[in-house]
Design a protein around this ligand. Sequence first.
Ligand code: NAD
Length: 393
Amino acid sequence: LLVPDKVTIGYIEGDGIGPDITKTTINVINAALEVAYGGKRSIEWHKVLAGDEAYDKTGNRLPDSSLEELKKCVVSIKGPLTTPIGEGFRSLNVTLRQYLDLYANIRPVRYFPGVPSPVLHPEYMNMVVFRENTEDLYAGIEWRYDSEDAEKVRAFLSSTFNINLTPDTGIGIKPISKFKSTRLVRKAIQYAIANGRKSVTLVHKGNIMKYTEGAFRDWGYEVARTEFGDYTVTEAEYLKDPEKYANKIVIKDRITDNMFQQVLTRTQEYDVIATPNLNGDYLSDALAAQVGGIGLAPGANIGDHYAVFEAVHGTAPKYAGLDVANPTSLILSAEMMLDHIGWKEASKILDDAIMQTYRDQKLTQDIARLLNLKALKCSEFGEEIINRMKPIK
Ligand code: NAD
């Protein structure tokens, strides 16, 4: 990305804890830029309306004007947005990802020093999940059991597959395409190459869902072979002669349910993961739980043109407005954003400061309570990070 020294970044505050963690994140990022560049590079933060606040002001939770502003900004960060469950309400997050074609949801999960974990060796955890973001069961193609269309779809499916879909059956469709699978796996392999990673694991349930998840696996291997043949090797080839292929990225695949237990029992064998939407959603939350929970898990939604960086967690409504939520997830997401625009010095300064804050056991209540320590407020935690920022020598 070619980025000017003064760049405009869009931000959506979000609902619930969103405003608290966004405020702290912006303060922390501004401080990191000041330490890294002494005023030579800076961000102009452009507020974009969405969620409850947009609804109160415009009657729409995600006005068209906001979508246009996100496009104009190119790169944005966002706090979590409420998705009421049930009738007539498409998730704003899904709408946004589809509108900007943010097809790769990237979720790094790694160990934080001093943060309690339910697993024996949390220090092995260092994975990056590439979750397909625009199709699969999240495409929103569903029929309520009692709708007229559901009746037609049931009739078609019942005759085609010789099964009896009873009138109390709702239907959802799982589209998985070659184009969208391929571009996701391509991004994962490119990331693995650029960051010196060892393997890319394709996670799928292809033994059951052959033409969707099974196809994802096949297309994944195909893109590795045809576009990255000089850089990659399949696991089968690698195991025949590990020394010969020591410098190659190993492409392997695992069935989803097996993968859930493998990441617990053989954590160090996994690195970059590429997977369809639903698997990726479940897996990345489960991975985050191994290293302190979703309050610590960052995320990026990236396409070929736009990028929106956001926390993995939701709005945590019970903590709304109390200034007690853990802002780490959003701060780390913003750190990914600094990397994305090439401002690596600031991201390094920020990362070192965050890790030092954890090592010093300066913690928000989600982690502090596990250790019976006094908790810091969200904003105080941000100040502790800022106090630990040191220029790179
Ligand atoms: P949640 O992530 O909001 O909360 C799950 C649990 O984690 C709760 O106990 C919560 O208090 C805790 N938690 C989450 N983030 C935390 C933080 N930063 N610090 C401390 N504790 C934290 O998930 P939920 O309760 O299932 O969802 C609440 C709302 O958020 C729903 O409307 C949902 O649709 C929405 N949501 C939005 C996004 C998004 O905008 N990307 C993602 C997930 C959920």
